[in-house]
Design a protein around this ligand. Structure first.
Ligand code: HEC
Ligand code: HEC
Length: 87
């Protein structure tokens, strides 16, 4: 087989691999950040200054005294990594 053909087949194989990987990825099920009046400012902050800037505020309300987390909540760094924004 010609060298170029081998390379083409390799690229096709890699392409199929990537598609298969994305296909198999688990469906996103974690609750999104609500689009209500409480959270709207943070959508704006994400737009203006990025996710990290917005996440700095989440625990002002989401804490043991406020809106408590579910008991089995995973480690909470980077809220928006798991709780996606509504489009
Ligand atoms: C000013 C207080 C406040 C701040 C700041 C805040 N939240 Fe909330 N959040 C609430 C309240 C109150 C609820 C429960 C009622 C509701 O759904 O609005 C809630 C609910 C949620 C829920 C669950 C929604 C559901 O469907 O059960 C998620 C996820 C969430 N917030 C994510 C975030 C993230 C991420 C941030 C930071 C970017 C954030 N919140 C900042 C007050 C706040
Ligand atoms: C590693 C992923 C991850 C991170 C990071 C994370 N969470 Fe969660 N959170 C979850 C999962 C999983 C649940 C369980 C319920 C679900 O599927 O939404 C949950 C539940 C919640 C709930 C209750 C939602 C409901 O439907 O009852 C709130 C509120 C919440 N998280 C807020 C936050 C906030 C605020 C932060 C950042 C301080 C944060 N989470 C960081 C994965 C994450």
């Amino acid at each position: 087989m010609k060298k170029e053909h081998k390379r083409d087949l390799l690229l096709i194989a890699i392409g199929i691999g990537i598609v298969a990987f994305l296909w198999a990825a688990p469906k996103e099920t974690t609750t999104h950040m609500p689009t209500d009046d409480t959270h709207r400012p943070y959508y704006e902050l994400v737009q203006k200054e990025g996710k990290k800037a917005a996440e700095a505020h989440c625990e002002e309300c989401h804490n043991d005294q406020g809106v408590v987390f579910p008991k089995d909540h995973p480690p909470k760094l980077r809220c928006l990594f798991c709780h996606k924004l509504n489009k």
